[in-house]
Design a protein around this ligand. Structure first.
Ligand SMILES: [Zn+2]
Length: 414
């Protein structure tokens, strides 16, 4: 049995969306939440290490459902040119930053090698629990315009041998999904729409240019489902989103060009929506150096549409998760997503999107995402009240003063 840790005098946000509880006591032992006491009774009988949280908030560890710690540069080919040892150390640094920010779980939207998950599980590096897509699935480009360029030849994502899977037709889709699962993917990431930062040097498709047929997407969903997995889809325009919904895709990413009819359909199909506001905000605020003119042209199509899309989905009762989608530098700003969301949602709803809803999306709501008896002790202590000021998370390296993952204290600067 491990040491019992007793958090006392906590302002408790449990992640379910219910009202916060002042002066709560939460007991952790053997990696699990053993007890939650909300009336100040019984506490004298408890034995273990007491941690006083007066003036601080205790809440579930954050989950970011759309990240790219593997994309260490804005420019993907620059990332791929890094020597393997340099690449691994830079990714490791980002993963360590993420746990220090209070993210106890990440869902990688492709690019991260399964070795990083193993290194974290073996305790070689400090990092969040990882749910990986490993390699994204995309379509061959129509015509690169360059006769020397084979449209089926993908560009590498890094120097560790991760390439996008280029597939056309149901059979290739099925094979690509199986290969990706064999490479250690927890979920399958498909590009169902043109990209802003293209993965392949031959890919000229813009946001709004639909990729994959409903039939192909159905095969991806069925093949993933047969292995106990699911599909997350990069989409922007209504047609791409609707194709994915008809195919049974669980998780719609970005969705910037959404319309009302598509939002209604998303609610009806009970799909999850993961808007990714931070990455576009970063491009507007912190600059976009390193992006070429064509990438910026593509960015302009979607950059300022994210909040409108969120509003449409929110009004229609869509289940809304949370993802920052940061690529390149500025990975430490992942927490900005919560404050950006609160322009549409309430602060409590923004917190729930990054905790309970993201856990549901990943299929782990019975294990973590809320602070309830019997769940894994994934929790954070915030100096202050995030419901009064969500931008605390943007300064999380300072404001998140304690991080616990599965009962283990990963950070303590209290
Ligand atoms: Zn992404």
């Amino acid at each position: 049995m491990s040491e019992t840790i007793i958090f006392q005098n906590a302002f408790l946000i449990n992640g379910t969306g219910s009202d916060p509880i002042p002066d709560a006591v939460l007991v952790v032992c053997d990696g699990l939440i053993k007890e939650i006491i909300t009336h100040g009774k019984k506490i004298k009988a408890l034995k273990g290490r007491f941690i006083d949280l007066r003036g601080k908030t205790l809440m579930p560890g954050l989950i970011d459902a759309h990240v790219h710690p593997g994309n260490v540069e804005w420019n993907l080919s620059k990332t791929a040119e890094l020597p393997p040892a340099v690449y691994v150390h830079r990714v490791t640094r980002t993963l360590e930053t993420d746990i220090n920010l209070g993210f106890t779980t990440l869902r990688d939207a492709a690019g991260l090698d399964a070795g990083f998950r193993a290194a974290i599980e073996q305790g070689l590096i400090r990092g969040p629990r990882l749910f990986l897509s490993v390699t994204p699935l995309t379509q061959p480009d129509e015509d690169s315009g360059d006769p020397g360029e084979s449209p089926k030849k993908p560009s590498p994502r890094n120097s560790l041998g991760i390439y996008p899977e280029i597939c056309a037709g149901p059979d290739e889709m099925c094979a690509a999904v199986r290969r990706t699962l064999n490479h250690g993917a927890d979920q399958i990431k498909v590009f169902a729409d043109g990209e802003v930062v293209a993965q392949s040097k031959t890919d000229r498709a813009k946001p709004g240019q639909v990729k994959f047929s409903i039939e192909e997407l159905k095969v991806a969903v069925e093949t993933a489902d047969a292995a106990g997995s699911y599909v997350m889809a990069h989409t922007y325009c209504p047609e791409a989103i609707q194709n994915c919904l008809q195919a049974g895709v669980r998780s719609i990413e970005h969705g910037n060009l959404m319309d009302a009819e598509t939002a209604r359909m998303m609610a009806e199909k009970k799909a999850f929506f993961v808007p990714t506001l931070t990455v576009y905000d970063l491009c507007a605020q912190e600059g976009r150096e390193g992006l070429d003119a064509y990438t910026i042209e593509k960015l302009e199509i979607v950059a300022y549409k994210g909040l409108e899309a969120l509003e449409m989905a929110y009004q229609r009762g869509v289940k809304i998760g949370s993802g920052s989608d940061i690529i390149g530098p500025f990975q430490h700003l992942k927490g900005r997503e919560l404050a950006l969301k609160a322009e549409v949602m309430t602060p409590m709803e923004a917190v729930v999107s990054a905790t309970r809803t993201n856990a549901e999306l990943i299929g782990m709501a019975d294990r973590f995402g809320t602070l309830e008896i019997g769940k894994l002790a994934d929790l954070i202590v915030v100096d202050g009240n995030p419901l009064e000021n969500l931008s605390l998370f943007e300064h999380a390296l300072k404001q998140v003063v304690l991080v616990m993952k599965q009962g283990k204290i990963m950070k303590d600067i209290m």
